[in-house]
Design a binder for this molecule. Structure first.
Ligand code: CA
Length: 258
């Protein structure tokens, strides 16, 4: 059974930030979201560079399993960011999160670094697929604070892992147990920090994928998000990817193309 994605994406700078440092890309076999960190430190360069490297991988023949491809893609991204960081001019301070979901037609794999998230909406409801690489998530796991307290915590944006030109952050890699009829969401913390999971589940279930992506972004803005807001939504289908694959670009990824 050949699995592929029918994706859509929506992204807004939001009411507070001056530029959109989120970059996203979606095609019939790859969903990518990168959330750049640090205004003066060119977060949008880090995120759109990451998205561009991942997009290059989408244009190649996949060799090996999905997790091997994703692990190699993260290494390649780190190399490119390291090269950019050596150019100085603040680029050595830039960093980004990454969530990438890839299918080779047989399996679906997930790679994750930072505090962007992936969710699966299936027959048993909404399931979060990623664990935030943040200091407050560590506190939640220790039992020091609750998940609700984490969402309001003043240090909630402190990430313990990010892709940059310095630290060799390892991704969390996992096979995703999803199939036809399931819907995937990849989003930046501008969405997940501001919406309860029941609201995310309801918005994600709203109509077609483009309607759901727009609904998630709209709900986060209504909820008073102070961040860039990006949602990539994809239905898992048992059809080969559409050829030619019409890629969806949003945020800093789209800005770079113009
Ligand atoms: Ca963000």
């Amino acid at each position: 059974m050949p699995l592929s994605f029918r994706p859509a994406a929506a992204s807004e700078t939001g009411p507070v930030r001056e530029i959109n440092e989120d970059a996203a890309y979606a095609s019939g076999r790859l969903l990518v979201l990168a959330d750049g960190v640090g205004g003066a430190a060119h977060g949008e360069v880090a995120s759109s560079t990451t998205e561009l490297v991942m997009r290059r991988i989408d244009q190649r023949q996949l060799e090996g399993g999905v997790l091997d491809v994703l692990a190699a893609a993260v290494l390649e991204t780190r190399d490119v960011l390291e090269t950019a960081a050596r150019m100085g001019g603040g680029l050595d301070e830039m960093s980004t999160t990454l969530v990438a979901v890839l299918t080779d037609g047989a399996q679906i794999g997930l790679a994750h670094v930072g505090d962007s998230r992936a969710y699966l909406l299936g027959a048993s409801g909404l399931q979060r697929l990623t664990r935030d690489h943040t200091w407050v998530q560590d506190l939640v796991d220790e039992g020091s604070i609750t998940a609700e307290q984490a969402r309001e915590h003043p240090y909630r944006s402190v990430v313990t892992r990010a892709l940059d030109g310095k630290q060799h952050a390892e991704p969390d890699l996992a096979v995703v147990d999803a199939g036809p009829g399931d819907r995937l969401l990849v989003c930046s913390d501008g969405v997940s920090d501001y919406l309860d999971e029941d609201i995310i589940a309801a918005a994600l279930a709203e109509g077609a994928v483009d309607t759901a992506a727009a609904a998630l972004v709209a709900r986060a803005i209504e909820a008073g998000t102070r961040d860039n807001v990006t949602a990539v939504v994809a239905d898992v289908v048992d059809e080969p990817p559409e050829e030619p694959v019409p890629p969806v670009l949003v945020g800093a990824a789209l800005d770079r193309e113009h």
